[in-house]
Design a protein around this ligand. Structure first.
Ligand SMILES: Cc1cc2nc3c(=O)[nH]c(=O)nc-3n(C[C@H](O)[C@H](O)[C@H](O)COP(=O)(O)OP(=O)(O)OC[C@H]3O[C@@H](n4cnc5c(N)ncnc54)[C@H](O)[C@@H]3O)c2cc1C
Length: 272
């Protein structure tokens, strides 16, 4: 153990980290270095959470390297890691940890559009993670980075992509990502319908409208929803009262960026 942290904790606590994204990995790393008995459990066979998805576009591969580095650091911090296990309240009751830290991430926002439940509708996150199949002619709904990155990856594969973006072009995107995207997309078969919105999803496409009252039909065999993420407190709420200390960190509190998740994880790992 790193001697610098030796006297910083008292007493040693058993800490259960649920979720191995950047927030959970950083909290586990710091708590482990400080000498707590830490177990980190993730439902996926690979740690990293959305870092793995963020690293899918080729120009962002370094984010994957960061996830690999974090995973290696957990071994150094003597964290007990369980991969491929979905944590439930019943499991936690049996484990009886002193501290629970929930870092289970956000969930996709589901917009209220007629036809959203149709069979031809999939979510951008599942497309990037290769968990959803898509056709050749695609409409992507939403202007968040998840939708831009999905458009970029599919257009590079040679698919025809239309994007329907209600507000501004990449309003909350970092300058680095924004200009890479705005430089790259015009090289491919992508049409952006800016300041249009989807009125209805049909099994062969999407009807879109704008504020001037115009209406268009965009043909598609697959409609991809990429309208961002919302917080998800369901796991945290199911665990309240099951340990002396129960905390929630990262995107499950409020969807943000990698920096926010890591910073929150660091602070929580340092405080327990
Ligand atoms: C497409 C995309 C691109 C992005 N690009 C960037 C970028 O370029 N720069 C940037 O700063 N941010 C980016 N982000 C945002 C960033 O990835 C997230 O803010 C960050 O990953 C959130 O970290 P987290 O640890 O809170 O949650 P997550 O990364 O979502 O990790 C949550 C983990 O919890 C696990 N889990 C959930 N439920 C359970 C359970 N019951 N039991 C066990 N495990 C469970 C999941 O498997 C997952 O591994 C991007 C996001 C997306 C979707």
């Amino acid at each position: 153990m790193n001697k610098k942290y030796e006297k910083l904790f008292e007493p040693i606590k058993s800490v259960l980290l649920i979720g191995g994204g950047p927030a959970g990995m950083e909290a586990a790393r710091i708590a482990g270095i400080r000498g707590h008995k830490v177990t980190l459990i993730d439902k996926n066979p690979v740690l990293g959470g959305l870092l793995r998805t963020a690293a899918v576009p080729d120009y962002k591969y370094r984010i994957g390297k960061y996830a690999d580095w974090m995973e290696r650091q957990l071994e150094n911090a003597v964290v007990n890691i369980q991969r491929g296990v979905e944590v439930t309240a019943d499991m936690v009751k049996k484990m009886k940890p002193d501290v629970i830290i929930v870092a289970t991430g956000a969930k996709p926002f589901v917009p209220d559009i007629s036809g959203i439940e149709s069979n031809n509708v999939v979510y951008a996150i599942d497309v990037l993670n290769k968990e959803a199949k898509v056709g050749e002619v695609i409409v992507i709904i939403g202007g968040r980075w998840v939708s831009w990155e999905t458009a970029y990856c599919l257009a590079k594969e040679g698919k025809q992509v239309d994007m329907v973006v209600r507000s501004a072009l990449l309003p909350d995107e970092s300058i680095f990502n924004k200009y890479t995207m705005l430089d790259e997309l015009p090289k491919y078969d992508v049409t952006i319908y800016l300041k249009w919105w989807p009125a209805e999803i049909r099994n062969n496409g999407v009807i879109i409208k704008n504020k001037e009252g115009n209406e268009k039909f965009l043909e598609a065999d697959t409609v991809i929803v990429g309208t961002g993420f919302i917080s998800d407190h369901s796991i945290y709420k199911s665990l309240e009262g099951l340990a002396e200390e129960v905390y929630e960190i990262g995107d499950s509190v409020s969807p943000g960026r990698i920096y926010d998740a890591v910073h929150e994880g660091y602070l929580r790992g340092k405080e327990i």
